[in-house]
Design a protein around this ligand. Structure first.
Ligand SMILES: [Zn+2]
Length: 216
């Protein structure tokens, strides 16, 4: 991975430790509810988190400004990378067909949460169909699939990061794509490195889920 700074990227995209409690609560309860197939409302999240509806509203507004949430009316339909809307990255879970904002989300979320999943996407350079199988916290694919992981400025996660965080059929096609998009800065990550980054970004959700299950 060269001098790729995983910690900085995780802090930029995922770390809510310095964010108000409401932002973290909307992200966590939103994502877990979506995985259960239930797009939650603000009042659902208030009930789940114990925060007031006003606090949850404030957290939701902050996430809208940062491009980290999708709403349909008063329901959260996309958050933390997972979405009920159709995108170029399909995520098949045992009980649900979902999509994600980018290829890192599609591989990283099920890997970090220990879910069995199939990811389908397309190489942005040649259009080849790419299938990744996720199980037991790891991922496999038929060829040398490679993630272009953007490292440029990120004011809005969905437009600045997710729009270019794609899986390619090979490192060669990442290089070819880079030559055509010289303004994009980023790192090439092989599938194992993509999975590692996913664990670093979403592992805290698995931890929180384990604790919730332990405490009943
Ligand atoms: Zn390709």
């Amino acid at each position: 991975m060269g001098d790729f700074d995983q910690d900085t990227l995780v802090a930029m995209l995922a770390d809510t430790s310095e964010a108000p409690g409401a932002v973290a609560a909307v992200q966590y309860h939103g994502l877990v509810s979506l995985l259960d197939g239930l797009p939650p409302t603000v009042s659902d999240i208030a009930e789940l988190s114990g925060l007031s509806p006003d606090e949850v509203e404030d957290g939701t507004r902050a996430l809208i400004d940062a491009g980290r949430i999708e709403l349909d009316g008063d329901r959260v339909v996309g958050v933390g990378g997972l979405t009920l809307n159709t995108t170029g990255h399909a995520l098949s879970l045992p009980n649900a067909q979902m999509h994600t904002w980018c290829a890192l989300d599609a591989v990283g979320i099920p890997a970090a949460l220990g879910l069995t999943a199939t990811v389908e996407t397309r190489c942005p350079h040649c259009g080849a169909r790419i299938v990744v199988h996720v199980a037991d916290g790891g991922a496999t694919a038929a060829g040398p699939v490679t993630l272009f992981c953007p490292t440029g400025p990120c004011d809005n996660v969905r437009t600045d990061f997710c729009s270019a965080a794609n899986l390619f059929c090979s490192p060669i096609h990442v290089s070819d794509w880079r030559a055509e998009h010289p303004s994009r800065s980023g790192e090439d990550l092989d599938l194992a490195a993509t999975v590692d980054l996913g664990h670093a970004m979403w592992g805290r959700y698995q931890h929180a889920r384990d604790e919730a299950e332990t405490s009943g």
